[in-house]
Design a protein around this ligand. Structure first.
Ligand code: ZN
Length: 142
């Protein structure tokens, strides 16, 4: 696989609305979308920051991963997501290099993307997300 950029940085928050004071109101970054992902117990907001994005992750269910993260670690950086061209190839290559994908099949991410996470124990302590399918403005694929 070859990654050409950080697609986004995932930040766990208790309240998206509250954190928009920093990103939207103070830093004047553009809020591009808010989406609920009920199957993951999450509400996510994407904020454009040049060629990359900040993803705010707010739990909407008690048992979501983000709820557990907030309980144990509090608000803060949750994961770093790298864009890849082909998520299925990326999973196979990660496995071949003894990384630990959290699923063997790509999962549905926000905005119609395909994603997989790599376990922090295999990456030096960072929850790494691989993302296929988000294109910057100006790309024909939208
Ligand atoms: Zn993410």
């Amino acid at each position: 696989m070859r990654s050409d950029r950080i697609d986004h940085i995932g930040v766990a928050v208790k309240s998206i609305e509250e954190r928009l004071r920093l990103y939207r109101d103070l830093l004047k970054l553009e809020l591009t979308e808010i989406e609920e992902l009920p199957e993951r117990g999450l509400k996510v907001a994407f904020i454009k920051a040049g060629d990359t994005r900040i993803e705010l992750l707010e739990p909407i269910a008690e048992n979501s991963q983000i709820s557990k993260f907030l309980q144990t670690k509090g608000e803060g950086i949750h994961h770093i997501a790298f864009h890849v061209d082909n998520i299925s190839d990326a999973i196979e290559e990660a496995l071949a290099m003894d990384m630990t994908p959290l699923s063997k099949e790509p999962q549905d991410g926000a905005g119609g993307t395909k994603i997989v996470f790599l376990h922090p124990k295999s990456t030096g302590g960072i929850l790494v997300e691989l993302v296929e399918g988000f294109h910057r403005e100006g790309c024909s694929n939208g």
